[in-house]
Ligand binder design. Sequence first.
Ligand SMILES: C[S@@+](CC[C@H](N)C(=O)[O-])C[C@H]1O[C@@H](n2cnc3c(N)ncnc32)[C@H](O)[C@@H]1O
Ligand code: SF4
Length: 198
Amino acid sequence: MSLKYVQIETTSTCNQRCFFCPVSIEKKAKVQLSTERLDQIIDGLKQYPIENIAISGFTEPTHDKDLVGKVAALRVAGFKVSIFTNGSGLKPELTDQLLMLGVSGFTLNLSTLNEDEYRETRGTQDLRRVIPNIDYLIAQTPVQDKSVEITIAVIGRLDGQHAKNLREIDSKYADAGVVNILIIPMVEFAGKSPAVLR
Ligand SMILES: C[S@@+](CC[C@H](N)C(=O)[O-])C[C@H]1O[C@@H](n2cnc3c(N)ncnc32)[C@H](O)[C@@H]1O
Ligand code: SF4
């Protein structure tokens, strides 16, 4: 067995406080992965048949001001790169730069289209920025372009509320053609659920 899939956390912080995520209850110091450390990681990974490097972790990749530089370094080294994001910081200029660098996967963590539920479950009003950012990404990715995979990860408790959110998100993006909808069962390892979900 060999190492094929790698996840890199390039920054330690996140702008959201999703009640289901440890980030909401565990305050971490702000630390950025340095260029030198990333170069060491790249050197170390070259000996393995790596199939994909996911930029994710319990953090928000777009919170890293040098995300583009880090993705560029990974792409120059020949790695396939995908990004997990809540979408709030995935502004059109950043999307353009990441697509230009050949990022081949975007997984958007979007669990509801309801503004109140979004605010109560994540502690932010970012939904109004997230939707246009996702729409822009989709618009840049023609159906025939199989080189970029867009996935919307819909987290929930596999209950009626989760099913409702899945239906709404699925019907919003059904016509986009390029979007996969992923059902994510929530692992209960953080915080208390907000009233809206009880
Ligand atoms: C931890 S987040 C980090 C990247 C980015 N901040 C985001 O939200 O996509 C990566 C993925 O983990 C999932 N996740 C977070 N908390 C989870 C939980 N309690 N159970 C299952 N998946 C979880 C999210 O849905 C997201 O798709
Ligand atoms: S799931 Fe992602 S967006 Fe939500 S708090 Fe955790 S790291 Fe941040």
